[in-house]
Design a protein around this ligand. Structure first.
Ligand SMILES: *[C@@H]1O[C@H](CO)[C@@H](O)[C@H](O)[C@H]1NC(C)=O
Ligand SMILES: *[C@@H]1O[C@H](CO)[C@@H](O)[C@H](O)[C@H]1NC(C)=O
Ligand SMILES: *[C@@H]1O[C@H](CO)[C@@H](O)[C@H](O)[C@H]1NC(C)=O
Ligand SMILES: [Zn+2]
Length: 740
C-alpha cells in the first residue's frame, strides 16, 4: 500500500482534493475533539490534460433529495442493469442507452480511474462570451497610454465571436456604441447619484425586454441591445481613438463612481446566466456618487486603519453597501467582476472587494498601468490551453453531496450561497454555510475553495456501512468554448474508531492542508469580526489545539497573525488584496504566502532551500526569496563587492557570472508563470530594499510597529518567532494527542 504522503499526492493530482484528515473519526463526539475539522481544499477545475470530456450527460440517482451522479463507488448489478447509489442506497435502473453494459464493458464513469470525470451537456445553445471593459480615463498620460495598449492587445486575443462593450469614465461617464462603420457614438452622463434607472434606460434607448420576447438565453438581448455589445470581428474598435481625448487628472477633476452607471446599465445589456467578464480598470478612488470612498477636497486622505478603528471613515459603510448590491446583482446573473487598480495610493479595494469575492473575479493591484506587473498579469488572463480555449470558466455552481454520516458546514472562497437546503447540510455553519450549493461565477484552474464538514454519526452507532464516507463534488460551468460542462469528483475515505484506531487517524493527518484550512478560517473571522476578537478566537483555537501540551500557545499561530491576520502594517487596500489571493489560491501558493521560500546560491554546490532565518544570510551567498507577491534576489556582502568590481565581465571569472545569473533565471521562471505577476526586487547587502528580506527573516524587528493598533485594545503577547514547521508540528501533535 502507498504511504500517506503518496496517497495524498495521488488524490490531489487526480481529484484536486486535499483533506485535513484522510481517515475520518467515525463518531461525532470523537470528531469534535479533533479541533481541526474534517475539511477539504478543493480545486474544481484542476488542470488535467488526460481528461478528455465525455460527450454525454451524467446518470443521476432517482431519489429526488439525492440526485447524486453515478460513480465508481456505486455497486452495480450488471445482470439486472441496476446500480445502488452510494450516498442514499437507492437502487436505480440504468437508462436504456446503457443496455449493453457488462463487467467487461463498463462506461467510463464506473472506472476507478475516472473518480473525476467531465461531461459535456448536449442540450441548450452555445453561449457567447461577453467582455465588458469599464475604463477610468482619469489618469496621467503615461498610464492611460500604457493601459490603451494593453486593452488593444486583449482585443486581439479574444475569439472573433466574443461580444465586447465599453464604458469609460472620467469627468463624465460614457457608454460607447460600437461598430458604427468606424464612427463611434457615445452617450454621456454625469456619474453622480441624480441618475435614475428609468431615465437612464430611456436616454440610452434601452427598453425592458417584454415578456413576449421570451426568456430563453437566445431571446431579446441580441435584438435591442446589440448597439452596446458587438462581436469583436464586426467592430473596428480602435481604443487609441476612443480613449483619446477624454483624459483628465485626478487632481484636476474628481471622477465619479462608474459603478452607478453599471448598476443600471449592464443587466439590461448582458445575458442573464451567461458568462460575462466585467473588467474594470481603475486609476484612483471614486470621489463622487454612492461608491465614493474619499471626499473631493484634494487634501483629504483616504481612510486608514486608524480612521476605521475610530469610526472615522465616513464614506466606507455607504460605499461598501453600494458595491455589495452591485456584486450581488452581478453574481445572481452569473457575471464576473475583475478589478485592476493601478495607483500609488489606495483606490478603495477595501470597499470594492465584494465585487471580486462574490463573483470569482480577479483583483490586481499595481503602482501604475505602465508596469510589467499590470501588463503581464492582464495578458495572462487570456492564456489558452492546448485546445486553444481560455483557461477561464463562467457562471459555475458547485454542489456537494455527502454520505449520511457526514454533512457539509460551509465553504470559504470566492463564492456565494445558493441557499440550497437538503439532507447534506449541517446546522453548524462554518464560512458560507446553510447550503450544499454555491455559485462561483468565475473559475480558473487554480481557484480553490475550502469546504468544512461535520461528522454526524452517533457515538454508539457502529462504523457506517461499507466503512467509507463519501463526498461528491458536482461543478457545473460554462466552458470558454461556449459549451456547458459538468465535472464530477467522487472521493471516499475510511472511517476509524477514534478510541481503538487513533494511530491510523493520526497518520492520515495532512498538516499542510490543515494549516491552510485553519488559516482560511482565521481570515474569514478577520473579515467578519473585528481585529482583536479574531486574535482572541485564534488564541482559543490554539488553546484547544495544543491542549495540555507544554508548548507556547500564542507562538504557534504567530505566523498566521503576522502575515494575514495582523493588518496594521498594511493599508486597508493591501490587506484586502492579500486576503483576496489567500482565499482563492491553491494549497502550494497559499503555503508560500504563509511561509516564504528561501533558496541559497553559492560556489559550494547547487542551489538549495535554506531556513527563513537571518543565519541564512552569508557574505558569499546569493539568496532568492519568494513570498508569492514578491520575488527578491539578495546579494551577500562579498558577492555584492565582486559584482560592483565587475568580476562577472572578466573572462577568467566566468563561474561568477554564472553564479549571478542562476537566481535571475530561476526568478524569471516564477515571474513568467505566477498570477498575479510578483513584484521583482534586486538588492544587496546594505541596499535599501534589503529591508523586505530582513523583515521576513527577522520578524522580531518588525513586531513593534506591527502590533501598535493591537496594543491599544488589549495587546497580544509578543513571542519568539516561529516557523511554519513549528505550527505544523503542533497541528501534528494535536492529531496524536486527541487520542489520549
Ligand atoms: C512606460 O515605462 C517605460 C519604462 O519605464 C517608458 O520607457 C515608457 O515611455 C513608458 N510609457 C509611456 C507611455 O510613457
Ligand atoms: C488607431 O488609430 C490611430 C490613429 O487614429 C493609429 O495610429 C493606430 O495605429 C490605430 N491602431 C490600431 C490598432 O488600429
Ligand atoms: C467573501 O464573501 C463572503 C460572503 O459570500 C464573506 O462572508 C467573506 O467574508 C468574504 N471574504 C472576503 C475576503 O471578503
Ligand atoms: Zn442517491
Amino acid at each position: 500500500m502507498a504511504t500517506f504522503p503518496e496517497y495524498i499526492a495521488q488524490n490531489e493530482e487526480r481529484d484536486g482534493v486535499r483533506f485535513s484528515w484522510n481517515v475520518w473519526p467515525s463518531s461525532r463526539l470523537e470528531a469534535t475533539r479533533m479541533v481541526v475539522p474534517v475539511a477539504a481544499l478543493f480545486t474544481p477545475l484542476k488542470e488535467r490534460t488526460d481528461l478528455p470530456p465525455i460527450q454525454y450527460e451524467p446518470v443521476l440517482c432517482s431519489r429526488a433529495t439525492c440526485r447524486a451522479v453515478l460513480n465508481p463507488l456505486c455497486q452495480v448489478d450488471y445482470r439486472a442493469k441496476l446500480w445502488a447509489c452510494n450516498f442514499c442506497y437507492q437502487r436505480n435502473q440504468f437508462p436504456p442507452s446503457y443496455a449493453g453494459i457488462s463487467e467487461v464493458n463498463q462506461p467510463a464513469e464506473l472506472l476507478p480511474l475516472f473518480s473525476t470525470i467531465e461531461y459535456v451537456v448536449q442540450r441548450g445553445p452555445q453561449m457567447p462570451l461577453v467582455f465588458l471593459y469599464v475604463v477610468d480615463t482619469c489618469m496621467e498620460d503615461e498610464d492611460l497610454q500604457a493601459l490603451k495598449e494593453s486593452l488593444q492587445m486583449s482585443l486581439s486575443l479574444l475569439p472573433p465571436t466574443a461580444l465586447v462593450g465599453l464604458i469609460t469614465f472620467g469627468r463624465m461617464v460614457q457608454v460607447h456604441e460600437l461598430g458604427c462603420e468606424g464612427i463611434s457614438k457615445s452617450y454621456v452622463f454625469r456619474g453622480t447619484k441624480d441618475l435614475n434607472a428609468k431615465q437612464l434606460q430611456e436616454m440610452l434607448g434601452l427598453t425592458k425586454p417584454s415578456a413576449a420576447q421570451g426568456r430563453g438565453p437566445q431571446a431579446a438581448p441580441q435584438q435591442s441591445f446589440n448597439r452596446f455589445l458587438q462581436p469583436v470581428q464586426k467592430i473596428d474598435m480602435n481604443l487609441t481613438d476612443l480613449l483619446g481625448s477624454y483624459h483628465c487628472a485626478h487632481w484636476a477633476s474628481p471622477c465619479p463612481s462608474p459603478w452607478v452607471l453599471l448598476v443600471f446599465f449592464y443587466p439590461q445589456c448582458t445575458f442573464p446566466n451567461t458568462g460575462a467578464r466585467i473588467m474594470t480598470f481603475i486609476g484612483g478612488p471614486a470621489t463622487q456618487g454612492p461608491g465614493m470612498v474619499v471626499g473631493d477636497e484634494l487634501k483629504t486622505p483616504i481612510r486608514s486603519w486608524h480612521d476605521i478603528e475610530k469610526d472615522n471613515a465616513k464614506f466606507m459603510k455607504k460605499a461598501t453597501k453600494h458595491y455589495e448590491s452591485l456584486a450581488n446583482r452581478a453574481s445572481s446573473n452569473g457575471h464576473i467582476i475583475d478589478i485592476y487598480a493601478c495607483a500609488l495610493d489606495q483606490t478603495g479595494l477595501l470597499e470594492m472587494k465584494c465585487c471580486t469575492n462574490y463573483t470569482g473575479g480577479y483583483m490586481v493591484m499595481a503602482d501604475s498601468f505602465n508596469t510589467s506587473l499590470f501588463k503581464q498579469t492582464f495578458q495572462r488572463v487570456f492564456t489558452k490551453d492546448v485546445q486553444g480555449s481560455f483557461k477561464m470558466a463562467f457562471a459555475a455552481t458547485l454542489e456537494v453531496k455527502t454520505s449520511r454520516e457526514i454533512k457539509v458546514s460551509g465553504a470559504i472562497g470566492p463564492c456565494v450561497s445558493l441557499n440550497a437546503k437538503g439532507p447534506c447540510v449541517s446546522e453548524n455553519e462554518i464560512g458560507t454555510g446553510g447550503t450544499c450549493q454555491w455559485k462561483v461565477c468565475g473559475l480558473d484552474p487554480s481557484t480553490t475553495l475550502a469546504l468544512y464538514f461535520e461528522v454526524v454519526n452517533q457515538h454508539n452507532a457502529p462504523i457506517p456501512q461499507g466503512g467509507r464516507g463519501a463526498i461528491q463534488f458536482v461543478t457545473q460551468y460554462q466552458h470558454s468554448s461556449g459549451q456547458r460542462r459538468i465535472r464530477v469528483t467522487t472521493t471516499a475515505r475510511n472511517w476509524a474508531d477514534a478510541q481503538t484506531q487513533i494511530q491510523s487517524i493520526a497518520a492520515s493527518f495532512d498538516q499542510e492542508a490543515a494549516a491552510i484550512l485553519m488559516a482560511r478560517l482565521a481570515v474569514y473571522r478577520a473579515e467578519t469580526e473585528e481585529g482583536p476578537d479574531v486574535l482572541r478566537w485564534l488564541d482559543r483555537q490554539l488553546i484547544r489545539l495544543v491542549g495540555e501540551h507544554t508548548c507556547r500557545v500564542s507562538a504557534t499561530i504567530d505566523l498566521n497573525r503576522k502575515r494575514l491576520i495582523i493588518v496594521f502594517n498594511n493599508s486597508p487596500d493591501e490587506s484586502s488584496y492579500y486576503r483576496h489571493h489567500f482565499n482563492r489560491q491553491d494549497l502550494t501558493q497559499a503555503l508560500i504566502m504563509i511561509q516564504p521560500v528561501l533558496y541559497a546560491y553559492s560556489f559550494n554546490g547547487p542551489p538549495e532551500p535554506v531556513l527563513l532565518d537571518s543565519s541564512s544570510i552569508l557574505p558569499d551567498r546569493i539568496l532568492l526569496m519568494d513570498t508569492f507577491f514578491q520575488i527578491l534576489i539578495y546579494h551577500g556582502e562579498t558577492v555584492a563587492q565582486w559584482r560592483k568590481a565587475g568580476y562577472q565581465d572578466m573572462p577568467e571569472y566566468e563561474n561568477f557570472k554564472h553564479l549571478l545569473q542562476a537566481p535571475v533565471d530561476d526568478a524569471q521562471e516564477l515571474l513568467h508563470t505566477r498570477f498575479p505577476m510578483p513584484r521583482y526586487i534586486d538588492t544587496e547587502h546594505g541596499g535599501s530594499q534589503a529591508r523586505f528580506l530582513l523583515s521576513k527573516v527577522n520578524p522580531s524587528q518588525t513586531h513593534n510597529n506591527m502590533y501598535t493598533w493591537g496594543q491599544e485594545s488589549g495587546a497580544p503577547i509578543l513571542t519568539d518567532d516561529v516557523s511554519l514547521q513549528v505550527f505544523m508540528d503542533h497541528l501534528k501533535k494535536l492529531a496524536v494527542s486527541s487520542a489520549a
